[in-house]
Design a protein around this ligand. Structure first.
Ligand SMILES: *Cc1c(COP(=O)(O)O)cnc(C)c1O
Length: 426
């Protein structure tokens, strides 16, 4: 499928007059339509709730849009919990799915009434010692080990993943938790990431529904929800077919009716913790080509770098690039599109065929709406960009300002570099 930016060249030329590149731009219209489609796809399940994985796009404006569609927050750190709390999500709208969890985070999660999803058997004791009791509603994360296959395709490798209880631990965990006073239970699993197939959720659901039936039979636990977590992917590359959330929702319904309903579990709520699927395609990184370099290869140097988008450097991830205003030009130039870090993996694209790029051209790097800005770091002292929302009426709203040197140096309490006003510049 041809990948088109959600913003026009005309709109973008206006936006960059007010906000300098680089920045992440988000598509309010796309986020809304997608959130609505997810809600409708699972409307057959009365308790359904999407807990948006805050780590994907921890921006209050974006999270508040999702809140309008009934989404809660999936958090896995102190500041993510704080963000959800500050946005007035109630306890039951917050899922705390963390691992190697510090005591302070369990304490805070309990204080705000978040649902705690335990990552490990030993955390039962750790949690009880930390907060003085076991919450009445509790969830456990399951890891079946081995490889996760759909048909004969290996999707991911849970046996190598640090997360979750083994099957035996899950059964023992439910018994222990029940003895210690837990009354309502949930089961969670995240077995494959960025799946671009409609079969991931239904396959996972079958595994979890079957285990839920067994857990109920063997431990007598009152299972209230099954959390399919994240993992529904997006087509980063033009040759991938997007998932169809309606088809996914219906296929999960079928498994639910075949597995849970006959076991008298037709009131179990389905939860999801999608991140990438909710915002990934509805964000892009906008950057300006500021240099061209002709050596052993052809390079285009941008004003954005891996600090703004780490996925290509970290995983060799593909992100499609559109050279704005050159839609109809042939892709007859082979470029490495780079940032300015002193790291040779700071490349948004390697050997990519693109139209001829001139200095000053605006490049749109697609699908950065999830795990894009959020993964940013400060290597080379590079500062994080702004985030801008393209509203439904076509206007632009700044939803996070760019970092300044003052922000970067703010933690040097012991060395007051900021006395000097000459550092107050972009
Ligand atoms: C990262 C994460 C998610 C979201 O994953 P996506 O691939 O963005 O859908 C959900 N739940 C947990 C516990 C996670 O760590």
């Amino acid at each position: 499928m041809k990948k088109e930016p959600f913003v026009t060249y005309g709109q973008l030329k206006e936006i960059v007059k007010e906000y300098p590149t680089p920045f992440h731009l988000y598509d309010e219209k796309g986020i809304r339509a997608n959130a609505k489609a997810l809600k409708e796809a699972f409307s057959w399940n009365p308790g359904f709730r999407e807990y948006f994985a805050v780590k994907a796009t921890p921006n209050p404006f974006i999270i508040n849009i999702l809140k309008e569609y009934g989404c809660g927050c999936d958090c896995s750190s102190m500041t993510e919990l704080m963000l959800a709390d500050a946005l007035h999500f109630s306890g039951e709208e917050i899922m705390f799915s963390s691992n190697a969890t510090p005591a302070s985070e369990y304490k805070f999660a309990d204080e705000i009434g978040a649902t705690i999803n335990l990552d490990d058997f030993t955390h039962i004791d750790f949690l009880e010692k930390t907060i003085g009791h076991i919450p009445e509603t509790i969830s456990c994360r399951y890891n079946p080990g081995g490889v996760f296959k759909i048909s004969n395709n290996i999707m991911d490798n849970p046996g190598d993943a640090k997360y979750g209880f083994t099957k035996e631990q899950l059964f023992e965990g439910f018994r222990v938790l029940k003895e210690k006073g837990a009354k309502r239970f949930g089961i969670h699993a995240f077995l494959a990431s960025n799946t671009v197939t409609n079969e991931y959720y239904p396959t996972l659901a079958k595994t979890l529904f079957e285990i839920a039936v067994q857990l109920k039979a063997e431990t007598g636990a009152d299972i209230r929800f099954i959390n399919l977590s994240g993992g529904i992917g997006i087509p980063y590359s033009p040759d991938q077919e997007p998932n169809d959330i309606r088809v996914i929702g219906e296929a999960v319904r079928k498994v639910y009716e075949e597995t849970l309903v006959p076991a008298g579990m037709g009131d179990v709520a389905i939860y999801t913790e999608l991140g990438r699927f909710m915002t990934g395609p509805y964000g892009c990184l906008v950057t300006t080509a500021i240099h061209e370099k002709h050596t052993h290869k052809e390079y285009i140097g941008c004003d954005a770098c891996a600090v703004n988008l780490m996925r290509p450097a970290m995983y060799g991830a593909y992100h499609h690039i559109t050279v704005m205003g050159k839609d109809n030009s042939v892709c007859d130039h082979k470029y490495d599109v780079t940032g300015s870090l002193c790291e040779n993996n700071d490349k948004f694209a390697v050997d990519r065929m693109l139209p001829k790029i001139d200095v000053g051209d605006l490049l749109v790097i697609h699908d950065t709406g999830a795990h894009g800005f959020a993964m940013g770091y400060n290597y080379n002292g590079k500062l994080k960009s702004s985030e801008i929302l393209l509203r439904e009426d076509g206007s632009a709203k700044l939803i996070r300002r760019a970092e300044t040197p003052r922000d970067y140096f703010a933690t040097f309490d012991c060395f007051d570099i900021l006395k000097d006003m000459k550092y107050d510049r972009a």
